[in-house]
Design a protein around this ligand. Structure first.
Ligand code: SF4
Length: 457
């Protein structure tokens, strides 16, 4: 498998092989699912919407609902005004959502459809019932990535919904970034343990990891309510997790409603989680409870106990930029060596931050934005690593190179636990350690000679 990958690396500018990213609308669709009672709407052809829904369904193992403007040749030539107007009329008549979140696709972006004008006309024509809402984000896939789509839709929530009434509410906004429902649940658990009221948006917990009840609900219990997102304009502060997925929305809220923001990285590992806990502690004016300190203590103990397995291990990491940045810091806390770190998303901020993290400790580390898995594989062929951490698409490389492999990030299409077990927070770091250790030791057990096949490791 992938045995054709060559060791000689040719300069490529306009060609991606095995991309490490996907379409903007996938991120927008995922963010929209984090609003309670929301129908994501794909303004483009049916194929885009089908692909985006199925990709999310394969990752979350849950049916993902979304509607489409169903472009055909006519809309492709004359624009999608009629399609979106009819779509909105049908959606509110048939599916009765509280809100529709429209995102564009490559086709409607190339045509140049003016979505705000179409929404305004649809409202004037009575296609949008009183009290119902429609928001939109521009998400062309020929720029950015799914992370940008997530960021754009989250920013649209602020632009369309958040309001400042003048009464400051005793709550802190959290913009969680493109993370799992389990991570969002973990953020809420940490905040609740600290006694801090938070408004988190988007919030896909209880939407894409809900219980089996025997009854189908098109709009599950979870999701940030429109009222909550509106109230974000009255919060004490915003804690935004991840430069690429969350910071723009927080900055928009700061400038629109004067809500001060802390621009943090994803709380993966000890120090990043410390910064997150400290931020909400400081804004809410509370003490960190003993239960959270105990969790942290258990994690540090585990890191110390297992240090010999991780120290000096060479790691290749690929994924979304916010996740690679945060994970790299955790690997350094474990004294591992992140020697190859790529993201498929474009953005100079990734390389800048990664150089800050790695230049003094792993000076030879290869760092690249807008990269692909083919090139990462070539690097690994030339300089083998001890561990590969990336999404499901890394399994071909791991098999070809016989390298221990940990699935992390989006998408994970061939395993199930990712939506239930967080990687965020102290508890999430404990799970990551467990996954990495198991991968390393399973590989050793599989490949070592008999005299080294130990019962006790
Ligand atoms: S790249 Fe563009 S056209 Fe292709 S599936 Fe994604 S949004 Fe649709």
């Amino acid at each position: 498998m992938l045995n054709g990958t060559t060791t000689e690396i040719a300069e490529r500018k306009a060609l991606r092989i095995n991309p490490a990213k996907t379409c903007q609308p996938i991120g927008a669709m995922y963010a929209a699912l984090g609003i309670h009672g929301c129908m994501p709407h794909s303004h483009g052809s049916q194929g885009c919407c089908s692909y985006h829904r199925s990709h999310l369904t394969r990752h979350f193992k849950e049916p993902v609902m979304a509607t489409t403007s169903s472009f055909t040749e006519g809309a492709s030539v004359f624009g999608g005004l009629a399609n979106l107007t009819q779509a909105l009329r049908n959606i509110f008549t048939i599916y009765d959502p509280e809100i529709v979140a429209v995102h564009t696709t490559c086709l409607s972006e190339v045509i140049g459809d003016d979505i705000p004008t179409i929404i305004r006309k649809a409202r004037e024509e009575g296609c949008i019932p009183d009290g119902k809402l429609v928001i939109h984000a521009n998400t062309p896939s020929f720029v950015g990535s799914h992370v940008y789509g997530f960021a754009n839709m989250t920013t649209a929530m602020v632009n369309y919904l958040s309001e400042k009434t003048g009464t400051v509410l005793n709550q802190v906004n959290v913009i969680p970034g493109f993370v799992e429902p389990a991570d969002m649940r973990e953020i809420k658990r940490i905040a609740a343990a600290m006694g801090v009221e938070i408004v988190m948006f988007p919030d896909t917990s209880n939407v894409l990891d809900g219980p089996l009840t025997g009854q189908y609900k098109m709009y599950p219990e979870g999701g940030a309510t429109v009222a909550q997102i509106k109230s974000a304009g009255d919060s004490i502060a915003t804690v935004a997790l991840g430069h690429f997925a969350s910071h723009v929305a927080a900055a928009t809220l700061e400038s629109k409603c004067k809500v001060p923001a802390a621009f943090l990285e994803l709380p993966i590992g000890v120090s990043a989680t410390d910064r997150f806990v400290d931020a909400i502690r400081g804004y809410a004016g509370v003490e960190v409870p003993a239960a959270i300190e105990l969790e942290r203590g258990r994690l540090v103990d585990l890191m110390s106990d297992l240090h010999q397995y991780f120290h000096g291990k060479r790691v290749a990491v690929s994924g979304d930029p916010d996740q690679v940045i945060a994970l790299t810091q955790f690997l350094l806390e474990l004294e591992m060596k992140p020697v190859m770190c790529i993201t498929g998303s474009p953005g100079n901020a990734f390389e800048k931050r990664m150089h800050e993290l790695l230049d003094s400790v792993v000076p030879a580390a290869k760092i690249k934005q807008n990269a692909d898995l083919f090139e990462l594989h070539q690097w690994m062929k030339n300089e083998p690593v001890d561990l590969l951490i990336t999404n499901t698409y890394g399994k071909h490389i791991a098999r070809a190179e016989n390298v221990p492999f940990v699935r992390f990030g989006f998408p994970i299409l061939d395993r199930a636990g990712h939506r239930y077990y967080p990687t965020i927070g102290y508890a999430g770091a404990t799970r990551l350690i467990d996954q990495m250790l198991n991968a390393l030791l399973d590989h050793r057990d599989r490949t070592c000679s008999e005299e080294w096949f130990e019962l006790v490791q």
